[in-house]
Design a protein around this ligand. Structure first.
Ligand code: ATP
Length: 590
Protein backbone atom coordinates (compact mmCIF):
# COMPACT_ATOMS: atom_id res chain seq x y z
CA UNK A 1 0.00 0.00 0.00
CA UNK A 2 1.29 3.46 -0.86
CA UNK A 3 1.97 5.55 2.24
CA UNK A 4 2.02 9.37 2.41
CA UNK A 5 5.72 9.56 1.43
CA UNK A 6 5.44 7.35 -1.63
CA UNK A 7 2.21 9.16 -2.54
CA UNK A 8 4.12 12.43 -2.38
CA UNK A 9 6.91 11.01 -4.57
CA UNK A 10 4.36 9.86 -7.18
CA UNK A 11 2.79 13.33 -7.12
CA UNK A 12 6.19 14.90 -7.79
CA UNK A 13 6.82 12.46 -10.65
CA UNK A 14 3.40 13.05 -12.20
CA UNK A 15 3.91 16.79 -11.93
CA UNK A 16 7.39 16.62 -13.52
CA UNK A 17 5.99 14.48 -16.33
CA UNK A 18 3.48 17.18 -17.15
CA UNK A 19 5.81 20.15 -16.58
CA UNK A 20 8.58 18.76 -18.77
CA UNK A 21 6.39 17.21 -21.46
CA UNK A 22 6.81 13.51 -20.74
CA UNK A 23 3.16 12.54 -20.18
CA UNK A 24 -0.11 14.47 -20.39
CA UNK A 25 -3.64 13.42 -19.56
CA UNK A 26 -5.46 12.50 -22.76
CA UNK A 27 -8.08 15.05 -23.89
CA UNK A 28 -7.06 17.28 -20.99
CA UNK A 29 -8.83 20.38 -22.33
CA UNK A 30 -12.11 18.45 -22.07
CA UNK A 31 -11.45 17.21 -18.54
CA UNK A 32 -9.44 14.13 -19.51
CA UNK A 33 -10.47 10.56 -20.23
CA UNK A 34 -9.83 8.06 -17.46
CA UNK A 35 -7.24 5.43 -18.38
CA UNK A 36 -5.85 7.22 -21.46
CA UNK A 37 -2.58 9.14 -21.68
CA UNK A 38 -0.61 11.13 -24.24
CA UNK A 39 3.16 11.28 -24.45
CA UNK A 40 4.66 14.74 -24.96
CA UNK A 41 7.91 15.52 -26.79
CA UNK A 42 10.24 13.94 -24.20
CA UNK A 43 7.89 11.03 -23.45
CA UNK A 44 7.49 10.20 -27.13
CA UNK A 45 11.30 10.09 -27.53
CA UNK A 46 11.70 7.97 -24.40
CA UNK A 47 9.12 5.42 -25.60
CA UNK A 48 10.59 5.33 -29.08
CA UNK A 49 14.07 4.68 -27.72
CA UNK A 50 13.03 1.90 -25.41
CA UNK A 51 10.99 0.20 -28.13
CA UNK A 52 14.07 0.46 -30.37
CA UNK A 53 16.22 -1.10 -27.63
CA UNK A 54 13.75 -3.98 -27.24
CA UNK A 55 13.43 -4.52 -30.98
CA UNK A 56 17.19 -4.48 -31.50
CA UNK A 57 17.87 -6.90 -28.67
CA UNK A 58 15.00 -9.23 -29.54
CA UNK A 59 15.26 -9.33 -33.33
CA UNK A 60 18.16 -7.51 -34.98
CA UNK A 61 20.83 -8.85 -32.65
CA UNK A 62 19.59 -12.44 -32.98
CA UNK A 63 19.38 -14.93 -35.81
CA UNK A 64 16.44 -16.82 -34.35
CA UNK A 65 13.77 -14.13 -33.95
CA UNK A 66 11.88 -12.27 -36.69
CA UNK A 67 9.38 -9.45 -36.49
CA UNK A 68 5.71 -8.94 -37.25
CA UNK A 69 3.41 -5.94 -37.37
CA UNK A 70 -0.21 -7.04 -37.44
CA UNK A 71 -3.49 -5.12 -37.52
CA UNK A 72 -5.17 -4.09 -34.27
CA UNK A 73 -8.60 -5.33 -35.33
CA UNK A 74 -8.64 -8.97 -36.36
CA UNK A 75 -11.19 -11.62 -37.17
CA UNK A 76 -13.42 -12.04 -34.09
CA UNK A 77 -12.85 -15.80 -34.23
CA UNK A 78 -9.28 -15.20 -33.08
CA UNK A 79 -10.67 -14.13 -29.71
CA UNK A 80 -12.92 -17.17 -29.53
CA UNK A 81 -9.96 -19.44 -30.17
CA UNK A 82 -7.76 -17.67 -27.63
CA UNK A 83 -10.50 -17.84 -25.01
CA UNK A 84 -10.74 -14.06 -24.61
CA UNK A 85 -14.45 -13.80 -25.45
CA UNK A 86 -15.35 -16.21 -22.67
CA UNK A 87 -12.66 -15.87 -20.04
CA UNK A 88 -10.92 -12.51 -20.39
CA UNK A 89 -12.75 -10.89 -17.54
CA UNK A 90 -12.22 -9.44 -14.09
CA UNK A 91 -14.78 -9.76 -11.31
CA UNK A 92 -16.45 -6.42 -10.68
CA UNK A 93 -18.73 -5.10 -7.95
CA UNK A 94 -20.92 -1.97 -7.97
CA UNK A 95 -21.85 0.20 -5.03
CA UNK A 96 -25.63 -0.17 -4.66
CA UNK A 97 -25.88 3.48 -3.64
CA UNK A 98 -23.48 5.45 -5.85
CA UNK A 99 -23.14 2.83 -8.67
CA UNK A 100 -19.36 3.29 -8.51
CA UNK A 101 -17.64 0.21 -9.93
CA UNK A 102 -14.67 -1.59 -8.34
CA UNK A 103 -12.54 -4.58 -9.24
CA UNK A 104 -13.57 -7.18 -6.67
CA UNK A 105 -9.99 -8.21 -5.92
CA UNK A 106 -9.00 -4.62 -5.21
CA UNK A 107 -11.38 -4.13 -2.26
CA UNK A 108 -9.40 -4.27 0.96
CA UNK A 109 -10.98 -6.40 3.71
CA UNK A 110 -12.78 -4.26 6.32
CA UNK A 111 -14.08 -4.98 9.83
CA UNK A 112 -16.76 -3.26 11.91
CA UNK A 113 -20.49 -3.47 12.56
CA UNK A 114 -22.85 -4.09 9.67
CA UNK A 115 -26.33 -2.55 9.98
CA UNK A 116 -29.04 -4.40 8.05
CA UNK A 117 -32.41 -3.09 6.83
CA UNK A 118 -35.21 -5.12 5.32
CA UNK A 119 -36.67 -2.12 3.49
CA UNK A 120 -38.28 1.28 4.15
CA UNK A 121 -41.64 3.09 4.05
CA UNK A 122 -42.19 6.66 2.93
CA UNK A 123 -43.46 8.66 5.88
CA UNK A 124 -45.79 10.80 3.77
CA UNK A 125 -47.06 8.58 0.97
CA UNK A 126 -46.67 5.21 2.84
CA UNK A 127 -45.08 3.87 -0.33
CA UNK A 128 -42.97 0.81 0.46
CA UNK A 129 -39.60 -0.45 -0.83
CA UNK A 130 -38.69 -4.00 0.12
CA UNK A 131 -35.08 -4.00 -1.18
CA UNK A 132 -32.74 -5.18 1.56
CA UNK A 133 -29.67 -3.06 2.20
CA UNK A 134 -26.83 -2.89 4.69
CA UNK A 135 -24.05 -0.52 5.67
CA UNK A 136 -20.73 -1.26 7.33
CA UNK A 137 -19.70 1.15 10.05
CA UNK A 138 -16.18 1.10 11.49
CA UNK A 139 -15.94 -0.01 15.13
CA UNK A 140 -16.61 2.90 17.46
CA UNK A 141 -18.42 4.96 14.79
CA UNK A 142 -22.00 6.07 15.45
CA UNK A 143 -24.79 3.91 13.90
CA UNK A 144 -26.46 7.12 12.74
CA UNK A 145 -23.93 7.05 9.85
CA UNK A 146 -25.43 3.74 8.73
CA UNK A 147 -28.96 5.15 8.90
CA UNK A 148 -27.95 8.22 6.89
CA UNK A 149 -26.44 6.08 4.11
CA UNK A 150 -29.43 3.69 4.19
CA UNK A 151 -31.90 6.61 3.88
CA UNK A 152 -29.99 7.86 0.82
CA UNK A 153 -30.29 4.36 -0.65
CA UNK A 154 -34.10 4.34 -0.25
CA UNK A 155 -34.38 7.95 -1.45
CA UNK A 156 -32.65 6.81 -4.64
CA UNK A 157 -35.46 4.26 -4.93
CA UNK A 158 -38.18 6.93 -4.86
CA UNK A 159 -39.03 7.35 -1.15
CA UNK A 160 -38.71 11.07 -0.36
CA UNK A 161 -38.67 10.62 3.46
CA UNK A 162 -37.91 6.98 4.18
CA UNK A 163 -38.52 5.39 7.55
CA UNK A 164 -36.14 2.41 7.85
CA UNK A 165 -37.55 -1.05 8.58
CA UNK A 166 -36.16 -4.17 10.30
CA UNK A 167 -32.92 -2.70 11.59
CA UNK A 168 -30.45 -5.17 13.10
CA UNK A 169 -26.68 -5.23 13.48
CA UNK A 170 -23.89 -7.78 13.37
CA UNK A 171 -20.12 -7.76 13.89
CA UNK A 172 -18.29 -8.30 10.62
CA UNK A 173 -14.62 -9.25 10.15
CA UNK A 174 -12.50 -8.85 7.01
CA UNK A 175 -15.42 -8.36 4.68
CA UNK A 176 -15.00 -7.27 1.05
CA UNK A 177 -18.75 -6.79 0.56
CA UNK A 178 -18.85 -3.06 1.35
CA UNK A 179 -17.82 0.12 -0.47
CA UNK A 180 -14.66 1.34 1.33
CA UNK A 181 -15.68 4.94 0.59
CA UNK A 182 -19.18 5.07 2.12
CA UNK A 183 -19.76 1.67 3.80
CA UNK A 184 -22.67 0.86 1.46
CA UNK A 185 -23.33 -2.71 0.33
CA UNK A 186 -21.84 -3.83 -2.99
CA UNK A 187 -23.43 -6.08 -5.58
CA UNK A 188 -22.36 -9.73 -5.80
CA UNK A 189 -19.16 -10.04 -7.91
CA UNK A 190 -19.91 -10.42 -11.63
CA UNK A 191 -17.49 -11.09 -14.49
CA UNK A 192 -16.79 -8.11 -16.73
CA UNK A 193 -15.19 -8.74 -20.10
CA UNK A 194 -12.28 -6.37 -20.62
CA UNK A 195 -12.30 -6.32 -24.43
CA UNK A 196 -13.29 -3.06 -26.12
CA UNK A 197 -15.88 -3.62 -28.82
CA UNK A 198 -16.41 -1.91 -32.12
CA UNK A 199 -18.25 -2.57 -35.40
CA UNK A 200 -16.52 -3.08 -38.70
CA UNK A 201 -18.39 -1.76 -41.74
CA UNK A 202 -21.44 0.46 -42.05
CA UNK A 203 -23.91 -1.75 -40.14
CA UNK A 204 -23.90 -2.01 -36.37
CA UNK A 205 -25.01 -5.60 -36.09
CA UNK A 206 -23.90 -8.63 -34.11
CA UNK A 207 -22.35 -10.02 -37.31
CA UNK A 208 -20.05 -6.99 -37.57
CA UNK A 209 -18.96 -6.99 -33.95
CA UNK A 210 -15.17 -6.82 -33.57
CA UNK A 211 -12.69 -6.15 -30.82
CA UNK A 212 -9.72 -3.88 -30.34
CA UNK A 213 -7.02 -6.43 -29.54
CA UNK A 214 -6.41 -6.88 -25.80
CA UNK A 215 -2.92 -8.26 -26.51
CA UNK A 216 -0.59 -8.45 -29.49
CA UNK A 217 0.27 -12.14 -29.02
CA UNK A 218 -2.69 -13.68 -30.85
CA UNK A 219 -1.73 -12.15 -34.20
CA UNK A 220 1.61 -13.92 -33.89
CA UNK A 221 -0.12 -17.28 -33.49
CA UNK A 222 -2.56 -16.55 -36.30
CA UNK A 223 0.31 -15.65 -38.67
CA UNK A 224 2.61 -18.41 -37.44
CA UNK A 225 2.46 -20.45 -40.64
CA UNK A 226 2.94 -17.48 -42.97
CA UNK A 227 5.99 -16.30 -41.03
CA UNK A 228 7.44 -19.81 -40.84
CA UNK A 229 7.05 -20.32 -44.57
CA UNK A 230 8.50 -16.95 -45.59
CA UNK A 231 11.27 -16.40 -43.07
CA UNK A 232 13.27 -19.63 -43.61
CA UNK A 233 13.27 -20.15 -39.83
CA UNK A 234 13.07 -23.53 -38.15
CA UNK A 235 11.86 -24.40 -34.65
CA UNK A 236 13.25 -23.22 -32.23
CA UNK A 237 12.65 -19.64 -33.35
CA UNK A 238 10.60 -16.66 -32.29
CA UNK A 239 8.29 -13.96 -33.65
CA UNK A 240 8.34 -10.54 -31.98
CA UNK A 241 5.83 -7.75 -32.14
CA UNK A 242 5.36 -4.29 -30.65
CA UNK A 243 1.95 -2.67 -30.79
CA UNK A 244 -1.08 -1.12 -29.18
CA UNK A 245 -3.42 -3.14 -27.00
CA UNK A 246 -6.68 -2.11 -25.37
CA UNK A 247 -8.41 -3.29 -22.19
CA UNK A 248 -11.49 -1.78 -20.65
CA UNK A 249 -9.90 -1.89 -17.19
CA UNK A 250 -12.46 -1.45 -14.39
CA UNK A 251 -10.21 0.82 -12.34
CA UNK A 252 -7.37 2.42 -14.29
CA UNK A 253 -4.89 3.64 -11.67
CA UNK A 254 -1.37 4.43 -10.55
CA UNK A 255 -0.79 6.97 -13.35
CA UNK A 256 -0.05 5.08 -16.59
CA UNK A 257 0.52 1.73 -14.84
CA UNK A 258 -2.98 0.45 -15.54
CA UNK A 259 -4.31 2.16 -18.65
CA UNK A 260 -7.08 1.31 -21.07
CA UNK A 261 -4.88 1.86 -24.11
CA UNK A 262 -1.25 0.79 -23.90
CA UNK A 263 1.56 -0.76 -25.89
CA UNK A 264 2.98 -4.23 -25.56
CA UNK A 265 6.27 -5.79 -26.64
CA UNK A 266 5.71 -9.51 -27.00
CA UNK A 267 7.79 -12.43 -28.15
CA UNK A 268 6.40 -15.87 -28.90
CA UNK A 269 9.34 -18.23 -28.95
CA UNK A 270 8.45 -21.59 -30.51
CA UNK A 271 10.23 -24.70 -29.27
CA UNK A 272 10.12 -28.45 -29.81
CA UNK A 273 8.00 -30.51 -27.44
CA UNK A 274 10.23 -32.34 -24.94
CA UNK A 275 9.46 -35.70 -26.59
CA UNK A 276 10.98 -34.43 -29.86
CA UNK A 277 14.08 -33.08 -28.05
CA UNK A 278 14.52 -36.44 -26.35
CA UNK A 279 14.18 -38.35 -29.62
CA UNK A 280 16.76 -36.13 -31.33
CA UNK A 281 19.31 -35.66 -28.51
CA UNK A 282 18.71 -38.74 -26.38
CA UNK A 283 18.07 -36.51 -23.35
CA UNK A 284 16.27 -33.34 -22.26
CA UNK A 285 18.44 -30.80 -20.43
CA UNK A 286 16.76 -29.28 -17.38
CA UNK A 287 17.92 -26.38 -15.19
CA UNK A 288 20.42 -27.43 -12.56
CA UNK A 289 21.35 -24.02 -11.14
CA UNK A 290 19.78 -20.56 -11.03
CA UNK A 291 21.09 -17.84 -13.35
CA UNK A 292 21.62 -17.53 -17.08
CA UNK A 293 22.06 -20.95 -18.72
CA UNK A 294 24.26 -19.57 -21.53
CA UNK A 295 23.93 -20.00 -25.30
CA UNK A 296 20.90 -22.08 -26.40
CA UNK A 297 21.58 -25.78 -26.92
CA UNK A 298 19.66 -28.32 -28.97
CA UNK A 299 18.99 -30.58 -25.96
CA UNK A 300 17.11 -27.87 -24.04
CA UNK A 301 13.61 -28.74 -22.86
CA UNK A 302 10.95 -26.16 -22.12
CA UNK A 303 12.25 -25.48 -18.60
CA UNK A 304 15.69 -24.50 -19.87
CA UNK A 305 14.16 -22.24 -22.50
CA UNK A 306 11.92 -20.67 -19.89
CA UNK A 307 14.85 -20.00 -17.55
CA UNK A 308 16.85 -18.66 -20.50
CA UNK A 309 14.18 -16.11 -21.38
CA UNK A 310 13.68 -14.99 -17.77
CA UNK A 311 17.41 -14.30 -17.53
CA UNK A 312 17.58 -12.67 -20.97
CA UNK A 313 14.79 -10.32 -20.00
CA UNK A 314 16.41 -9.37 -16.70
CA UNK A 315 19.68 -8.72 -18.57
CA UNK A 316 17.73 -6.46 -20.95
CA UNK A 317 16.37 -4.39 -18.06
CA UNK A 318 19.85 -4.10 -16.60
CA UNK A 319 21.18 -2.93 -19.96
CA UNK A 320 18.78 0.02 -20.03
CA UNK A 321 19.44 1.12 -16.48
CA UNK A 322 17.12 -0.91 -14.22
CA UNK A 323 19.46 -2.83 -11.91
CA UNK A 324 18.48 -6.33 -10.81
CA UNK A 325 17.90 -4.99 -7.29
CA UNK A 326 14.98 -2.88 -8.57
CA UNK A 327 13.25 -6.01 -9.88
CA UNK A 328 11.61 -9.01 -8.22
CA UNK A 329 10.84 -12.41 -9.72
CA UNK A 330 7.46 -13.81 -8.78
CA UNK A 331 6.98 -17.47 -9.71
CA UNK A 332 3.25 -18.11 -9.92
CA UNK A 333 2.07 -20.87 -7.62
CA UNK A 334 0.55 -23.96 -9.29
CA UNK A 335 -2.97 -22.89 -8.25
CA UNK A 336 -2.45 -19.44 -9.83
CA UNK A 337 -1.35 -20.74 -13.23
CA UNK A 338 -3.67 -20.57 -16.22
CA UNK A 339 -4.75 -24.13 -17.09
CA UNK A 340 -2.48 -24.30 -20.16
CA UNK A 341 0.58 -22.71 -18.49
CA UNK A 342 3.36 -24.89 -17.19
CA UNK A 343 5.17 -22.05 -15.44
CA UNK A 344 4.85 -18.27 -15.32
CA UNK A 345 7.29 -15.79 -13.87
CA UNK A 346 6.21 -12.22 -13.32
CA UNK A 347 9.02 -9.70 -13.32
CA UNK A 348 8.00 -6.98 -10.90
CA UNK A 349 9.48 -3.51 -10.65
CA UNK A 350 9.59 -1.79 -7.27
CA UNK A 351 7.38 1.21 -8.12
CA UNK A 352 6.82 3.87 -5.42
CA UNK A 353 3.32 2.38 -5.04
CA UNK A 354 4.63 -1.17 -4.53
CA UNK A 355 6.32 -3.99 -6.47
CA UNK A 356 4.10 -4.56 -9.51
CA UNK A 357 4.25 -6.52 -12.78
CA UNK A 358 6.41 -5.15 -15.56
CA UNK A 359 6.48 -8.30 -17.65
CA UNK A 360 5.19 -11.87 -17.56
CA UNK A 361 7.22 -14.78 -18.95
CA UNK A 362 5.01 -17.81 -19.47
CA UNK A 363 5.64 -21.34 -20.70
CA UNK A 364 2.33 -21.83 -22.54
CA UNK A 365 2.77 -25.41 -23.87
CA UNK A 366 1.22 -25.94 -27.33
CA UNK A 367 -2.10 -24.48 -26.24
CA UNK A 368 -2.27 -21.38 -28.44
CA UNK A 369 -1.38 -22.98 -31.77
CA UNK A 370 -3.61 -25.98 -30.94
CA UNK A 371 -6.52 -23.65 -30.33
CA UNK A 372 -6.05 -21.86 -33.64
CA UNK A 373 -5.71 -25.19 -35.43
CA UNK A 374 -8.99 -26.36 -33.88
CA UNK A 375 -10.92 -23.14 -34.54
CA UNK A 376 -9.58 -22.33 -38.02
CA UNK A 377 -9.31 -25.88 -39.31
CA UNK A 378 -5.81 -25.00 -40.63
CA UNK A 379 -2.88 -27.16 -39.62
CA UNK A 380 -0.40 -25.55 -37.22
CA UNK A 381 1.99 -28.50 -37.23
CA UNK A 382 5.57 -28.19 -38.42
CA UNK A 383 7.67 -30.83 -40.13
CA UNK A 384 10.99 -31.44 -38.37
CA UNK A 385 13.42 -33.27 -40.64
CA UNK A 386 15.85 -33.93 -37.78
CA UNK A 387 13.13 -35.52 -35.67
CA UNK A 388 12.06 -37.80 -38.51
CA UNK A 389 15.65 -38.97 -39.00
CA UNK A 390 16.31 -39.47 -35.28
CA UNK A 391 13.03 -41.29 -34.64
CA UNK A 392 13.87 -43.98 -37.17
CA UNK A 393 17.06 -44.78 -35.26
CA UNK A 394 15.32 -45.23 -31.88
CA UNK A 395 14.65 -48.65 -30.39
CA UNK A 396 10.99 -49.67 -30.69
CA UNK A 397 10.50 -49.56 -26.91
CA UNK A 398 11.83 -45.98 -26.75
CA UNK A 399 9.60 -44.95 -29.65
CA UNK A 400 6.60 -46.40 -27.84
CA UNK A 401 7.50 -44.61 -24.61
CA UNK A 402 7.86 -41.19 -26.24
CA UNK A 403 4.74 -41.67 -28.36
CA UNK A 404 2.77 -42.59 -25.23
CA UNK A 405 3.99 -39.51 -23.36
CA UNK A 406 3.00 -37.28 -26.33
CA UNK A 407 -0.34 -39.08 -26.66
CA UNK A 408 -1.16 -38.44 -22.98
CA UNK A 409 -0.34 -34.72 -23.23
CA UNK A 410 -2.46 -34.28 -26.37
CA UNK A 411 -5.32 -36.32 -24.91
CA UNK A 412 -5.33 -34.09 -21.83
CA UNK A 413 -5.59 -30.97 -24.00
CA UNK A 414 -8.27 -32.37 -26.33
CA UNK A 415 -10.39 -33.63 -23.44
CA UNK A 416 -10.09 -30.30 -21.64
CA UNK A 417 -11.33 -28.61 -24.83
CA UNK A 418 -14.47 -30.75 -24.70
CA UNK A 419 -13.79 -33.29 -27.45
CA UNK A 420 -15.84 -36.42 -26.66
CA UNK A 421 -13.72 -39.29 -25.23
CA UNK A 422 -13.51 -41.52 -28.30
CA UNK A 423 -12.76 -38.70 -30.72
CA UNK A 424 -10.14 -37.20 -28.40
CA UNK A 425 -8.51 -40.59 -28.05
CA UNK A 426 -8.46 -41.16 -31.83
CA UNK A 427 -7.06 -37.72 -32.61
CA UNK A 428 -4.39 -37.92 -29.88
CA UNK A 429 -3.31 -41.35 -31.26
CA UNK A 430 -3.01 -39.90 -34.77
CA UNK A 431 -0.97 -36.97 -33.47
CA UNK A 432 1.36 -39.32 -31.53
CA UNK A 433 1.84 -41.35 -34.71
CA UNK A 434 2.58 -38.17 -36.68
CA UNK A 435 5.28 -37.27 -34.13
CA UNK A 436 7.18 -40.36 -35.26
CA UNK A 437 7.05 -39.00 -38.82
CA UNK A 438 8.48 -35.64 -37.72
CA UNK A 439 5.28 -33.61 -37.21
CA UNK A 440 4.22 -31.70 -34.10
CA UNK A 441 2.60 -28.49 -32.90
CA UNK A 442 5.36 -26.30 -31.42
CA UNK A 443 5.31 -25.29 -27.77
CA UNK A 444 5.84 -21.68 -26.83
CA UNK A 445 7.63 -19.49 -24.30
CA UNK A 446 6.14 -15.99 -24.11
CA UNK A 447 7.94 -12.98 -22.63
CA UNK A 448 5.30 -10.24 -22.65
CA UNK A 449 6.14 -6.70 -21.54
CA UNK A 450 4.35 -3.35 -21.44
CA UNK A 451 6.02 -0.29 -23.01
CA UNK A 452 4.11 2.16 -20.84
CA UNK A 453 4.85 0.31 -17.62
CA UNK A 454 8.50 0.19 -18.59
CA UNK A 455 8.54 3.92 -19.40
CA UNK A 456 6.96 4.58 -15.99
CA UNK A 457 9.49 2.31 -14.25
CA UNK A 458 12.34 4.14 -15.97
CA UNK A 459 10.89 7.52 -15.02
CA UNK A 460 10.39 6.48 -11.37
CA UNK A 461 13.88 5.01 -11.16
CA UNK A 462 15.50 8.02 -12.87
CA UNK A 463 13.89 10.64 -10.62
CA UNK A 464 16.46 12.02 -8.17
CA UNK A 465 16.64 15.21 -6.16
CA UNK A 466 20.12 16.44 -5.25
CA UNK A 467 22.22 19.59 -5.15
CA UNK A 468 24.31 21.20 -7.85
CA UNK A 469 26.39 24.42 -7.88
CA UNK A 470 24.89 27.45 -9.65
CA UNK A 471 26.85 30.03 -11.72
CA UNK A 472 28.54 31.37 -8.61
CA UNK A 473 29.31 27.97 -7.16
CA UNK A 474 26.48 28.15 -4.60
CA UNK A 475 24.73 24.81 -4.12
CA UNK A 476 21.13 24.75 -5.25
CA UNK A 477 18.45 22.07 -5.22
CA UNK A 478 18.09 20.24 -8.54
CA UNK A 479 15.78 17.59 -9.94
CA UNK A 480 17.64 15.26 -12.24
CA UNK A 481 16.31 12.39 -14.31
CA UNK A 482 19.13 9.86 -14.35
CA UNK A 483 18.13 7.99 -17.50
CA UNK A 484 20.64 5.54 -18.93
CA UNK A 485 22.19 7.09 -22.09
CA UNK A 486 20.67 4.19 -24.11
CA UNK A 487 17.12 5.36 -23.42
CA UNK A 488 17.45 9.06 -22.52
CA UNK A 489 15.10 11.09 -24.77
CA UNK A 490 18.00 13.39 -25.69
CA UNK A 491 21.59 12.12 -25.56
CA UNK A 492 23.43 15.40 -25.75
CA UNK A 493 22.64 19.11 -25.44
CA UNK A 494 24.78 21.64 -27.30
CA UNK A 495 25.23 25.14 -25.89
CA UNK A 496 27.12 28.15 -27.22
CA UNK A 497 28.47 29.96 -24.15
CA UNK A 498 26.88 33.22 -25.32
CA UNK A 499 23.89 33.69 -27.54
CA UNK A 500 24.96 37.04 -28.91
CA UNK A 501 28.38 36.03 -30.19
CA UNK A 502 27.97 34.99 -33.85
CA UNK A 503 31.19 33.00 -33.89
CA UNK A 504 30.23 30.92 -30.84
CA UNK A 505 26.74 30.34 -32.25
CA UNK A 506 28.11 29.34 -35.66
CA UNK A 507 30.56 26.86 -34.11
CA UNK A 508 27.89 25.44 -31.77
CA UNK A 509 25.55 24.88 -34.72
CA UNK A 510 28.32 23.08 -36.56
CA UNK A 511 28.81 20.78 -33.57
CA UNK A 512 25.03 20.25 -33.33
CA UNK A 513 24.82 19.27 -37.02
CA UNK A 514 27.78 16.95 -36.70
CA UNK A 515 26.35 15.09 -33.68
CA UNK A 516 22.81 15.05 -35.05
CA UNK A 517 23.87 12.55 -37.69
CA UNK A 518 24.45 9.98 -34.95
CA UNK A 519 22.40 10.87 -31.86
CA UNK A 520 19.35 12.77 -30.56
CA UNK A 521 20.66 16.31 -29.95
CA UNK A 522 19.06 19.38 -28.39
CA UNK A 523 20.43 22.84 -29.16
CA UNK A 524 19.87 25.56 -26.56
CA UNK A 525 21.25 29.08 -26.54
CA UNK A 526 18.76 30.80 -24.21
CA UNK A 527 19.65 31.86 -20.66
CA UNK A 528 22.59 31.46 -18.32
CA UNK A 529 24.60 28.30 -18.87
CA UNK A 530 23.80 26.96 -15.39
CA UNK A 531 20.06 27.24 -16.09
CA UNK A 532 20.49 25.49 -19.42
CA UNK A 533 22.24 22.62 -17.63
CA UNK A 534 19.44 22.48 -15.07
CA UNK A 535 16.78 22.24 -17.80
CA UNK A 536 18.63 19.34 -19.37
CA UNK A 537 19.05 17.65 -15.97
CA UNK A 538 15.26 17.61 -15.65
CA UNK A 539 14.90 16.23 -19.17
CA UNK A 540 17.41 13.49 -18.28
CA UNK A 541 20.00 14.45 -20.93
CA UNK A 542 23.19 12.63 -19.91
CA UNK A 543 25.70 14.91 -21.68
CA UNK A 544 26.10 18.65 -22.25
CA UNK A 545 28.58 20.21 -24.66
CA UNK A 546 29.56 23.88 -24.31
CA UNK A 547 31.28 25.84 -27.03
CA UNK A 548 33.33 28.65 -25.50
CA UNK A 549 36.08 31.05 -26.47
CA UNK A 550 38.71 28.35 -26.02
CA UNK A 551 36.94 26.41 -28.74
CA UNK A 552 37.51 29.35 -31.06
CA UNK A 553 41.25 29.25 -30.23
CA UNK A 554 41.48 32.31 -27.99
CA UNK A 555 43.83 30.55 -25.58
CA UNK A 556 45.99 29.19 -28.35
CA UNK A 557 45.92 26.29 -30.76
CA UNK A 558 45.98 23.58 -28.09
CA UNK A 559 42.39 24.12 -26.98
CA UNK A 560 41.14 25.19 -30.40
CA UNK A 561 38.30 22.94 -31.61
CA UNK A 562 37.85 21.37 -28.20
CA UNK A 563 34.63 21.68 -26.18
CA UNK A 564 33.60 21.19 -22.56
CA UNK A 565 31.78 17.91 -22.15
CA UNK A 566 29.74 17.73 -18.95
CA UNK A 567 28.41 14.47 -17.57
CA UNK A 568 24.98 14.83 -15.94
CA UNK A 569 25.33 12.54 -12.92
CA UNK A 570 28.89 13.29 -11.77
CA UNK A 571 28.76 16.85 -13.16
CA UNK A 572 32.39 16.26 -14.16
CA UNK A 573 33.67 18.35 -17.06
CA UNK A 574 36.43 17.52 -19.51
CA UNK A 575 37.83 19.03 -22.69
CA UNK A 576 37.21 16.88 -25.72
CA UNK A 577 38.19 17.41 -29.37
CA UNK A 578 35.16 18.04 -31.56
CA UNK A 579 36.35 15.30 -33.91
CA UNK A 580 36.32 12.75 -31.07
CA UNK A 581 32.91 13.72 -29.62
CA UNK A 582 30.57 11.57 -31.69
CA UNK A 583 32.55 8.36 -31.11
CA UNK A 584 32.80 9.04 -27.38
CA UNK A 585 29.08 9.73 -26.99
CA UNK A 586 28.08 6.80 -29.17
CA UNK A 587 30.19 4.45 -27.09
CA UNK A 588 28.32 5.30 -23.90
CA UNK A 589 24.86 5.26 -25.46
CA UNK A 590 24.99 2.08 -27.58
P1 ATP B 1 -2.16 -7.25 -14.67
O1 ATP B 1 -2.20 -8.49 -13.82
O2 ATP B 1 -1.32 -6.14 -14.10
O3 ATP B 1 -3.50 -6.80 -15.14
P2 ATP B 1 -1.68 -9.02 -16.82
O4 ATP B 1 -0.99 -10.15 -16.13
O5 ATP B 1 -3.09 -9.11 -17.19
O6 ATP B 1 -1.39 -7.65 -16.00
P3 ATP B 1 -0.56 -9.57 -19.35
O7 ATP B 1 -1.84 -9.97 -19.95
O8 ATP B 1 0.42 -10.63 -18.97
O9 ATP B 1 -0.83 -8.64 -18.09
O10 ATP B 1 0.11 -8.48 -20.29
C1 ATP B 1 1.50 -8.41 -20.49
C2 ATP B 1 2.04 -7.05 -20.11
O11 ATP B 1 1.26 -6.01 -20.71
C3 ATP B 1 2.01 -6.75 -18.62
O12 ATP B 1 3.11 -7.31 -17.94
C4 ATP B 1 2.05 -5.24 -18.60
O13 ATP B 1 3.37 -4.76 -18.74
C5 ATP B 1 1.26 -4.87 -19.85
N1 ATP B 1 -0.11 -4.51 -19.48
C6 ATP B 1 -1.15 -5.34 -19.29
N2 ATP B 1 -2.26 -4.65 -18.95
C7 ATP B 1 -1.89 -3.34 -18.93
C8 ATP B 1 -2.60 -2.13 -18.67
N3 ATP B 1 -3.89 -2.12 -18.38
N4 ATP B 1 -1.92 -0.96 -18.74
C9 ATP B 1 -0.60 -0.94 -19.05
N5 ATP B 1 0.11 -2.05 -19.32
C10 ATP B 1 -0.52 -3.24 -19.27
Amino acid sequence: MADAKTGELMEKIVSLCKRRGFIFQSSEIYGGLNGFWDYGPLGAELKRRLKDCWWRSMTQKRDDVVGLEASIIMHPKIWEASGHTTTFSDLMVDCLLTKKRFRADQIDPQSGVAWFYTGAVDEQTRKECKDAFSVLVANGKHPEHARKVARQFYQERGLASPSLAGERSEEVKDSTRYNPENGGLLTEPRPFNLMLKTYVGPVESADNLSYLRPETAQAIFAQFKNVLETSRQKVPFGIAQIGKAFRNEINPRNFTFRSREFEQMELEFFIRPDEAVEAICGRVAKPTAPGHPGEPQSDWGWQMWHQYWVEERIAFYESIGLPRATLEEYWQKPEELAHYARATVDLLFKFPFGAQELEGIAARSDFDLSQHQRHSGKSMTVFDEELKGAWGKLAAARQAELAESYFQARLKYLTKMGLPGERADKQAREEAEALGKGYYIPHVIEPSAGVDRLALALICHAYVEDEAPDEKGKLEHRVVMKFHPRVAPITVAVFPLLKNNPELVKKAKEVRDLLRQHLPVFYDEAGAIGRRYRRQDEAGTPFGVTIDFDTLGEKGPELQDTVTLRERDSMKQERVKIGALAAKLLESSR
